[in-house]
Design a protein around this ligand. Structure first.
Ligand code: FES
Ligand code: FES
Length: 160
């Protein structure tokens, strides 16, 4: 049995007709066309489905629709786009931080959550924030550097 769920997605109120047990990722990708959120393991093991729910990182592969009703969801598309990239997106481009890119939407989301609460993270703090993310391309070093670069950009400083 489906029902109508209302939530705010990337700043816009959306209504989705879905079963209460439907994982959020399917509503984002199939109903709202937000395919930036990626499906990997479906088991909270890879992090590529990470979104913010009320500003907290959450796995869209296991969060069900009934648990997100009335909440605010941010996906990678909500950060910015080609015409207006978020400093994180710009820093990932500048550092060429990624190869296939499959993991990056989720990593960008966790990085945003980190920088929102800690504008000047150490390398160890960046690594800890990415603990729930796998990058099978092995782009970790560039990803960590890009997050440090974005932090500097957001502080209005020249990246190191
Ligand atoms: S798809 Fe959600 S953690 Fe892997
Ligand atoms: S860039 Fe390919 S999985 Fe991370």
């Amino acid at each position: 049995m489906t029902q109508t769920f209302e939530m705010t997605v990337n700043g816009t109120v959306k209504q989705v007709e879905a079963a209460p047990s439907l994982p959020l990722i399917y509503a984002l990708r199939n109903e709202l066309g937000l395919t930036g959120t990626r499906y990997g393991c479906g088991l909270e093991q890879c992090g590529c489905c990470m979104v913010l729910i009320d500003d907290e990182p959450a796995y869209a592969c296991t969060r069900t629709m009934d648990s997100v009703a009335g909440r605010a969801v941010l996906t990678a598309e909500g950060l910015g786009g080609a015409a207006n990239p978020h400093p994180l997106q710009q820093a990932f481009l500048d550092e060429q931080a990624g190869q296939c890119g499959y993991c990056l939407s989720g990593i960008l989301i966790s990085a945003k959550a980190l920088l929102d609460r800690n504008p000047k993270p150490s390398r160890d703090q960046i690594v800890a924030a990415l603990d729930g993310h796998l990058c099978r391309c092995g782009a970790h070093t560039r990803i960590i550097r890009a997050i440090g670069r974005a932090a500097a950009l957001l502080r209005g400083e020249e990246p190191a």
